[in-house]
Design a protein around this ligand. Structure first.
Ligand SMILES: C[S@@+](CC[C@H](N)C(=O)[O-])C[C@H]1O[C@@H](n2cnc3c(N)ncnc32)[C@H](O)[C@@H]1O
Length: 180
């Protein structure tokens, strides 16, 4: 998580600003620490990923989904490839075609919800320049780690913020919601 991004987060408990205690930082990246809300809630930052899960106790359906996807994360890319191949569909060209339909401008701010291992996020990253921002979010921290690894090579990485359950100040006036 980029240290310059701290300001954008708000407490999912009450929407208030957060303070941060940093335990580990490498150059401009916060690797380990805690966000604290005005009302005393603590949101951990682990492996550079802030966990804004709220309520802390997930609903059963979300907990089951998270557990399932956490288990799938390591092999997901292999199996998803097999799925595309089964339907004789080229994954790269399909994802590229879908991303083009978004008609993104280089300065757009994009939130990829349920980004998974980042296979679509990387096409989005390619559409943005240094004024644009890409935020990736997923219920599964294992998937987020995969996505971040894939997105490292894009220069926009300094603007990629990984979150679990998103709470921003009003940087997003939502103009469009697109479902992949
Ligand atoms: C089928 S994968 C798709 C991943 C990616 N968007 C892609 O196109 O490859 C679905 C993803 O949604 C995530 N997900 C499921 N429920 C979610 C929720 N309530 N909030 C955020 N992410 C969720 C899963 O963890 C998983 O990574």
């Amino acid at each position: 998580m980029n240290i310059n991004s701290i300001e954008i987060y708000r407490s999912p408990a009450d929407g208030s600003k957060l303070t941060i205690d940093i335990n580990k930082q490498v150059s401009n990246k916060v690797i380990d620490g805690n966000f604290k809300s005005r009302t005393g809630h603590i949101f951990k930052i682990k492996n550079g990923i802030p966990d804004f899960t709220w309520p802390k106790e997930l609903a059963e359906i979300d907990r089951k989904t998270k557990d399932l996807y956490d288990k799938l994360a390591d092999d997901y890319d292999i199996y998803v490839n097999v799925l595309y191949e089964t339907y004789r569909c080229d994954q790269v060209s399909l994802r590229s075609k879908i991303t083009k339909k978004l008609q993104l401008k280089p300065s757009d701010k994009v939130l990829d919800i349920g980004c998974g291992s980042g296979d679509s996020s990387k096409f989005i990253a390619e559409c943005l320049d240094s004024k644009g921002e890409l935020f990736v979010q997923d219920l599964s921290p294992r998937f987020l780690e995969k996505a971040i690894t894939k997105l490292q090579k894009y220069s926009i990485i300094s603007r990629i913020i990984s979150i679990w359950s998103c709470f921003f100040k009003t940087i997003f006036s939502i103009q469009r919601v697109c479902r992949f």
